[in-house]
Write a protein that binds this ligand. Structure first.
Ligand SMILES: [Zn+2]
Length: 516
């Protein structure tokens, strides 16, 4: 279902673009030079007998034309003669042309019923559709709204198509309801675009649209996916209390991939659920996220997550998230880095740390773990990624990538206890200063004595071993007991390495948590 929708979208784009190209070709020329269109050639051959009609392309079929009678516009208003609906004649703004325009508009709408109403490439004078209910599929593709376009509280019960439309003045869609799909792809909003309080019951596409001035999506409700991919926000945009409530499981609530923000500081997300919004390939390092935005939580209370990490990869919006048959972890890492930078620069270190875990985790998962390469590159291409993987894994399990200072402390205690238990093992042993023989669990056991005294001796040995273990961890050399040569020494060296590493991780985590 999803795929067919993309195809439909793509078809639409290609069709529309071809139609643009078509329209730009001079109408007279096209009928003469294009050998494919036989009827046109015939009509050209017929010559003067055929009444000239509006050549603007319309409808779904390439080559389908408007064919309304030509309008005599103010000199220079139109490059080519077109009908009243397609004319840029400024006189359309006043009577009687204004009335004539709207009479034709209403006629089209009524004739369409619940079918398709074709307004493609119409040039609209000032319009007021407040509280208007549109029952037809409205095709405003590539239309130009030369004055304010007021759709306040308007309801579209079927698809509303504004693909490639140009809003020269204010576009008011305040409180409008889009019951079915709403398409504003490649639309241009020259002045403010207000979609506040509007409700989009299905998908809303602003793909590659341009918002030149303010874009308001305050209290707007989206029940499908809001697509702002490749969108250009040249000025401020407000997403305050915007309700993203996608109805389909696994579907993102919004996608901003490749969107550009010219004034990122003016892009505000406030009191918004961001758990299913996609931000990959889009710089969010300076966008303003207020403290009331809600990010998705990682499992096991390990910070915050973005949807790119969990979105099913067969999803159409996950297109840019594939790499070598798996998730593009580097792309996801980039978002975490940007978010970390974003919160760091607003001095919210706590939230920045919440994204630090995700960043490190993506870095760990991005390391390739397969394939042996040529020996020359072996060190760089085989060993290096594996070493990083191991190091990052240790970093993760020992301290949640520096986010936890409790974890390295627990590990440190565990290591101390483990080595205290290992040192008196037979073959290892503890050596008292000046003694010839090392003491082990086995060597201190006297079979002639009973159980109780023997257990006491073992307990004393364990105590000495515990002190020796602490000595090794704290670099103490002048202890009464020392690990016996050679295996005891080897163990002690290992212990010193491990405990000092863990202590360093503990200090790093403390610094991360409590920096100013
Ligand atoms: Zn026309």
């Amino acid at each position: 279902m999803v795929d067919s929708r993309i195809m439909a979208d793509e078809k639409e784009i290609t069709f529309d673009e071809s139609a643009v190209a078509e329209a730009e070709i001079e109408p007279d020329e096209s009928s003469e030079t294009e050998p494919v269109k036989e009827p046109d050639e015939n009509s050209a051959a017929d010559g003067d007998d055929v009444e000239a009609v509006c050549p603007v392309g319309m409808g779904y079929i390439v080559g389908q034309r408007c064919e309304r009678k030509l309008h005599v516009a103010l000199y220079g208003a139109d490059e080519k003669p077109v009908c009243l609906m397609h004319s840029k004649d400024p006189n359309k703004q006043s009577r009687p042309l204004f009335d004539e325009f709207w009479r034709e508009f209403e006629r089209i709408l009524e004739a369409a019923g619940e079918g398709v109403a074709h307004f493609e490439r119409f040039v609209f004078p000032e319009l007021d559709f407040s509280k208007r209910k549109f029952q037809a599929i409205c095709r405003f593709d590539y239309a130009t709204f030369t004055q304010n376009a007021n759709f306040f509280k308007a309801t579209f019960t079927r698809n509303a198509d504004f693909t490639g439309a140009t809003f020269t003045q204010y576009a008011y869609f305040w409180n409008a309801t889009f019951t079915k799909a709403a398409n504003f792809l490649r639309a241009t909003f020259t002045l403010d675009a207000d979609f506040s309080d509007a409700a989009f019951m299905l998908d809303a596409s602003f793909f590659a649209a341009t918002f030149t001035q303010a874009a308001s999506f305050v209290d707007t409700t989206f029940h499908g996916t809001a697509d702002w991919r490749k969108c250009k926000f040249l000025n401020q945009a407000e997403f305050r209390q915007t309700k993203f409530e996608p109805q389909v499981e696994g579907q993102p609530s919004a996608a901003f991939a490749l969107a550009s923000f010219s004034k990122p500081g003016e892009i505000v997300f406030d009191d918004v659920d961001l758990s299913r919004i996609l931000f990959h390939n889009c710089d969010v390092s300076q966008v303003l996220f207020t403290s009331s935005v809600r990010w998705a939580k990682r499992e096991g209370n390990r910070g915050l997550a973005v949807f790119e990490e969990t979105i099913p990869l067969d999803q159409q919006y996950a297109k840019g998230l594939h790499r070598d048959g798996q998730r593009a972890y580097r792309a996801v890492k980039q978002i975490y880095q940007q978010l970390k930078k974003n919160y760091d620069s607003s001095l919210d270190y706590w939230t920045a740390n919440e994204f630090h875990f995700g960043e490190m985790e993506m870095m760990r998962l991005a390391e390739p773990t397969r394939g042996l390469l040529s020996p020359g590159r072996w060190m760089r291409q085989w060993w290096h990624p594996r070493l990083s993987f191991v190091a990052l894994s240790l970093y993760k399990y020992a301290s949640d990538y520096g986010n936890s200072y409790g974890k390295p402390m627990l590990w440190l205690l565990g290591i101390l206890v483990l080595f205290a238990a290992l040192l008196p093992l037979p073959g290892v042993g503890l050596k008292r200063q000046g003694a010839k023989q090392a003491e082990t669990y086995a060597s201190v056991w006297r079979s002639e004595d009973g159980w109780t005294p023997n257990l006491w001796t073992e307990a004393r040995l364990a105590g000495k071993s515990a002190i020796t273990s602490v000595d090794a961890a704290t670099f103490q050399k002048s202890a009464e007991y020392a690990p016996a040569y050679p295996w005891g020494r080897v163990l002690a060296i290992f212990e010193t390495l491990l405990t000092s590493t863990l202590f360093a991780l503990f200090l790093l985590a403390i610094r991360r948590q409590f920096r100013r």
